[in-house]
Design a protein. Structure first.
Lengths: 153, 293
């Protein structure tokens, strides 16, 4: 990776420190996370070690616009193994939250968010399922929880 | 305590009502009283924290506050619900500043998180009182060779989840063996099922990950899979069918939600546990159960 100093945005680093425990930036690039990552096995371009490094350097735009921050499967294996105690999935979550703030949001996530705003449910309930639940004597499921709609909106 | 605020989770409620109905019945037979709580919403699932972690916390705290009002611990059927509710519960119990911010958001609906209860998963309740469960086993599942997949979100981080060793999980194996089945060992036991990846990352990548997992289970000699999470269940069932189609390999490893296995061991038939709703079925498993009778 070539480091172009003009890409560095020091405010980004400050922002990251407010998003999670500062110790999460103590990554020393040993690569255990990438070596443990099941996603790398199937998508070689995904690389948590590299993403943490880029974030650490303050490459705001490059990191936030990267489609790879969305590929972490949140299996938490890297977090388990990191010798520095860096919670990489939490770093990924912070990067995703900031990416959304900056308007970088992949289409599937956009759909999920729209679903929450419109119906208050990630898994909307249709008539067919509502009927099946009634037949099985299961309690009715609230179709459109208002609080969730408001919170997501 | 054997009385709980029941949190089935929205995935099981909407996608797998048969599992919810069976879980209620089986837990009831074991003497666990499940109280339905009006107003529980989505936990919410961890994908929502990708967009905005604070809303994730607020939504979870609202659910927790509903159970607090009843003075009941929450019982979940799902690793994801457990992860969200237990993580937020612990975070807010230990961080006054954060609790203040969350409670500010909750004040508009006159709710408050107070930190009075615990969040439990059904597998914890079962393992803590293994003898009580074993007393209900009428038909040991001899001949079933089962690969256990505990699932990521009940394992990590262990200092919060406290269920089992994330490097070498064995509790689910113990639960499976308590039913008389054989829990087989396999190399990729701690590998993720890939479900989350399929929801927003890449379905194709998720299926390749699943395929590695299924191959490893096959190498271990498994004829079926056991899970304790409805989303792992979905991935191993519907995901497996779809991966088999795309990759042209038939794995034929039916997955069972643990309470289905328990029901079978209690004498329920495959039909009664809802096996016909499974996408992946296998003659091998059906025959093994027929032999037991």
């Amino acid at each position: 990776m070539i480091v172009d100093v003009e890409e560095i945005d020091s405010r980004f680093l400050r922002r990251l420190k407010s998003e999670f425990d500062e110790s999460y930036l103590s990554c020393f690039q040993c690569g255990v996370c990438s070596a443990s990552c099941p996603v790398i096995e199937i998508e070689g371009r995904f690389n948590p070690r590299r993403l943490v490094k880029m974030a650490r350097l303050g490459f705001k735009d490059r990191v936030l616009s990267s489609e790879y921050i969305w590929l972490c499967s949140m299996c938490l294996l890297c977090e388990e193994r990191c010798p520095q105690g860096v919670r990489i999935p939490e770093v990924m979550t912070a990067l995703r939250n900031l990416a959304v703030e900056e308007g970088y949001i992949p289409e599937p996530m956009r759909r999920i968010q729209r679903l929450l705003v419109e119906s208050g449910r990630l898994y909307p309930i249709d008539d067919f399922t509502a009927e099946e639940r009634a037949e099985r004597g299961l309690p009715e499921v609230e179709a459109e929880p208002e609080f969730v709609k408001r919170l997501a909106g | 305590m054997r009385r709980y605020a029941f949190f089935p989770g929205c995935f099981i409620q909407v996608r797998q009502p048969h599992l919810e109905a069976l879980s209620r019945r089986i837990l009831g037979e074991l003497g666990v009283e499940l109280v339905d709580v009006e107003g529980f919403t989505c936990c919410p699932e961890a994908v929502t924290l990708s967009v905005d972690k604070m809303s994730w916390r607020v939504m979870a705290a609202r659910n927790l506050s509903l159970a607090e009002e009843l003075g009941l611990d929450i019982l979940t059927l799902c690793n994801g619900c457990l992860y969200t509710l237990r993580t937020v519960n612990q975070e807010l119990k230990g961080d006054e500043e954060l609790r203040g911010r969350v409670n500010d958001a909750l004040s508009v609906i006159d709710r408050e998180f107070r930190g009075l209860i615990r969040v439990r998963h059904f597998a914890e309740i079962l393992i803590e009182d293994l003898e009580r469960m074993k007393a209900h086993v009428e038909r040991p599942l001899e001949g079933l060779r089962i690969a256990c997949h505990t699932g990521c979100h009940i394992l990590s981080p262990p200092e919060v989840m406290g269920f089992d060793d994330p490097y070498d999980p064995v509790i689910l194996d113990e639960l499976v063996e308590a039913l008389g089945a054989e829990a087989v060992d396999y190399d990729l036991k701690t590998l993720c099922c890939g479900w989350t990846l399929s929801t927003y990352g890449s379905r194709e990548a998720s299926e390749r990950l699943l395929a590695s997992k299924l191959n490893s289970m096959r190498r271990g000699g498994a004829t079926a899979i056991a899970v304790i999470c409805p989303q792992c269940f979905h991935q191993f069932d519907v995901g497996q069918a779809s991966a088999a189609r795309r990759l042209g390999i038939e794995y034929r490893l039916p997955v069972f939600y643990y309470l289905e296995l328990l029901a079978l061991a209690m004498g329920f038939s495959l039909d009664e546990v809802g096996y016909r709703y499974h996408r992946v079925r296998s003659g091998e498993v059906e025959e093994a159960l027929e032999v037991i009778g």
